[in-house]
Design a protein around this ligand. Sequence first.
Ligand code: BES
Ligand code: MN
Ligand code: ZN
Length: 494
Amino acid sequence: MSLSVSLHDAESAILNAPLAALALGPDTRLGPVGTALDKALGGVIARAIADREFRGARDEVLHLTGGERGARRVLLVGIGTPAQKVMAYRRAGALAARRAKGLGAAALAFHAPGITVGNELEAMVAGLMAGPWEYADLKTPVPEAERRAPLEKLMVVVGDARKAKAAFDAGVALGEGQAIARTLAMMPGNLCTPQHLADTAKAIGKRHDLPVTVLGRKELEQLGCGSFLSVAQGTPQDPKLVVIEYMKGKKTQKPIALVGKGVCFDSGGISIKPAPGMEFMKFDMSGAAGVLGAMETIARLKLKVNVVGLLGATTNMPSGTAINPGDVVKSMIGKSIEITNTDAEGRLILADVLGYAHRYQPSVIIDAATLTGACVIALGHHATGAFGNDERVLNEVIAAGKRGAEQAWPLPLWDDYKEQISSDVADLKNTGGRPAGSVTAALFLREFIPADTPWVHLDIAGTAYSESDLVALPKGPTGIPVGTFVHFVRGRAS
Ligand code: BES
Ligand code: MN
Ligand code: ZN
């Protein structure tokens, strides 16, 4: 399916669309574009609002049919009275486009009269692209006669296209990056292998002329990445440490390092997971997918900044060669680790990827990982857990998430919890028991960060993937943390 997205300020775009959508809150005025549409339709919109058939509540959708002239059909989409307008407009865009697809409309013209800020428009455009996204590669197509018309055209209608152009372009770039991340997360583990993640990185590199380095088992052995390799010990697939460099900033500027956990399937290893729901562990590479999606968007935006994207990819499998609980391994930076649970594999991989990141002397490191079930218990599915060794940078990342319509919430990274990961036989152990499981995981990662490097860890276990339908998005991957990464990097670009 090819879906084009275009920007318009001619009212004719919305007046003549087969399907027009307006995003409105309880008090949003229709504005000139909305009023023109309403007039062309003989006043049905104003009447629906006056009669309270449509109140503008969150996720409320009223479907009207057109009149003699004007758009053939109209959707009024409610945004409610949100605390976060960026979140609300992303959601409204996604919901409208998802409905458009369900209705079999070939084209949707969307207008949000309440938008005043670039970030809102950008999020709305990315939302429009996110709503109809699907992973249909592995399904036999529905017979032509039973198929609805595919949604082929998204038209974003604004008051002044010249003024809106930059935000619109950014929204499209973000939408493309998020689509890459979602496709990778949705792909089954037998297709989205470590090799496939490496190939995707190479494809992004080729598209934007960026150097990509791929290290396999042999190279990781030479580097002494015993922690990463301990996870990959039970799988015949070659693990991959992948680096994409985007160095378009000043030569003297130290790069931002974006790091992602790329476990293409997490069975738990010898500490095997229970069978129910294990299939979702194909998504355990969402952090890595986020890095790749962000690199795509950053390159499309041609930001003047230096960024290094790093990911550690493998599967976590039980086998005769797999690592056992009680085994001790040595990480690249030299710290020894007692593995008390082979299912706490993400931190073992990241230990060495973070160690490897040192060589780029990053100004800041942000990692994203579907790291702990405990984070899902703490924050559920609506906030990413955020940890950091530098409060200012932590707040900078959380603020970037807000601008990108991705919510994160801080959790403590206090030394008080450190005792939980001290080992009797090694420098550290890889689990700290049930209490504060996401905190002890983050403390483990901190051991592999140079003390003077600001670092933020994002636990996206609850936010990267949804097992239930999210109204605006179908169940499956959300695209998180691409928006957070991109907005952070953009905030630091010159
Ligand atoms: N990939 C999982 C974390 C996870 C669990 C994400 C559920 C989403 C939903 C991770 O590798 C893991 O297994 N973590 C363990 C750690 C424990 C053994 C200390 C967990 O959370 O149970
Ligand atoms: Mn695990
Ligand atoms: Zn995992």
